[in-house]
Design a binder for this molecule. Structure first.
Ligand SMILES: [Zn+2]
Length: 96
């Protein structure tokens, strides 16, 4: 029995105006929406935050999700994790 591969959330980038939020998670659809106006670090922070909502629906309070999202982002950022933009048909480079 192999380990099951984790299915990443679908992430949609759009201007979230009416929702009054920088990000949004839809649990049944495993989908995260991110506002296109976020800077790089905030985008990572909001992405972590919304993934926590998907991973632990109703298990964590909003304050806990907020704290964990910020901590995750701070550690990833401090370890120099950054977004790399790829050409449409490129695959991510295989680096350790
Ligand atoms: Zn939230």
């Amino acid at each position: 029995m192999g380990r099951r591969k984790v299915k990443p959330a679908r992430v949609v980038y759009r201007k979230l105006g009416r929702e009054q939020a920088w990000g949004q998670a839809t649990i049944g659809e495993n989908t995260i929406e991110l506002d296109t106006r976020l800077g790089a670090k905030r985008q990572l922070e909001v992405l972590c935050h919304e993934q926590l909502h998907l991973s632990f629906p109703s298990l964590l309070t909003e304050a806990e999700v907020d704290r964990a999202g910020k901590e995750l982002c701070a550690t990833l950022w401090a370890q120099a994790y950054r977004r790399v933009l790829l050409e449409p048909n490129d695959k991510p480079p295989r680096i350790s």
